[in-house]
Design a protein around this ligand. Structure first.
Ligand SMILES: Cc1cc2nc3c(=O)[nH]c(=O)nc-3n(C[C@H](O)[C@H](O)[C@H](O)COP(=O)(O)O)c2cc1C
Length: 284
């Protein structure tokens, strides 16, 4: 069944000349968090992973690794470690996309060279490589009728996730992706995005459209009740009404201090830098 895409949801006109299966799949994306237990056929997984490996990669360094987790016990442990997210245990597959400088170090030593890739640039390069591979995976999986949800909470407890996946030094989990056949009735339609003129700039960066665009978007998200029952509660403050709590407030709180966010899940993120430095990454 073809899902409605963003052009339809946001009433954006597009002629047939610029609409094809690829654009449809990308614009119909929606994170889906409930899955059937049905396994993914091996050949389908091969197709998805081949698409994953076809992502562009800085200087062809291929500074990423993907851990394919289909072991039920391991997925259940990872579900707990990554923010108690049930969809991880439920999905037949969790793919974990890692930035990987371990293999680059191996190649350097294999060639009798010293490895000088412990730089901020290399950290970013490897993280971007991993993210691009994840997005290719997502698009390929969704194009084949599967559903996905990215999982950033693999960075909540990077130490325990690394232990579970036996990641060596120089490898860290950037994000996971739940993949599977979705349970019927879970979709709400593509989640609205900020208006184009807020996030897309012509020739030069401009904040001119921020205020009106953010205001409109806030109204849309409140009407859609996107954050209803999912407010971030600030310690010592009275909770807000759903009618006043939209994207702007949620985002402001999501970007606030650890004291506000405070959940155990955010502990790992505060420690991420020192953890990564201890694992062979550098921010110099
Ligand atoms: C890097 C990354 C990490 C994410 N982590 C999580 C997560 O841990 N749990 C979750 O339920 N959704 C997660 N998401 C999904 C986002 O919440 C979702 O993409 C966003 O709300 C937009 O909704 P949509 O994907 O349905 O369009 C993540 C998305 C990205 C790109």
């Amino acid at each position: 069944m073809a899902h409605r895409n963003r052009f339809m949801h946001e009433d954006i006109p597009v002629s047939d000349a610029y609409m094809n299966d690829t654009v449809h799949v990308i614009t119909a994306h929606e994170s889906v968090r409930a899955f059937e237990s049905r396994a993914i056929p091996d050949e389908m997984l091969t197709a998805i992973l081949t698409a994953a490996r076809s992502a562009p990669t800085s200087s062809n360094l291929q500074a990423y690794s993907v851990i394919v987790v289909d072991d039920e016990a391991s997925k259940s442990r990872l579900a707990v470690l990554a923010g108690e997210q049930e969809c991880i245990a439920q999905a037949p597959l969790l793919l974990v996309f890692c930035a990987d400088v371990n293999r680059l170090r191996y190649v350097a030593h294999r060639q009798g060279r010293e490895f000088g890739g412990d730089t901020l640039e290399m950290f970013l390069l490897a993280s971007v490589d991993a993210a691009l591979v994840m997005q290719n995976t997502l698009v390929a999986a969704e194009s084949l009728g599967l559903a996905t949800t990215p999982i950033g909470s693999v960075r909540d407890r990077p130490d325990l996730i690394a232990e579970e996946l036996e990641l060596p030094e120089g490898v860290y989990a950037v994000a996971g992706l739940c993949v599977g056949f979705e349970r019927a009735g879970e979709r709400r339609g593509t989640k609205p995005r900020l208006p184009e003129n807020v996030t897309i700039h012509r020739n030069k960066y401009s904040e001119d459209a921020f205020e009106a665009g953010i205001s409109d978007y806030d109204d849309t998200m409140m009407r859609r009740r996107t954050y209803a029952g999912r407010h971030i509660q600030v310690p010592g403050e009275v909770g807000q009404d759903d009618a006043e709590y939209g994207w702007a407030e949620h985002t402001a709180l999501r970007c606030s201090s650890p004291e506000v966010l405070g959940k155990p899940a955010d502990f790992g993120r505060r420690l991420l830098r020192s953890y990564l430095e201890g694992r062979g990454f550098s921010f110099d």
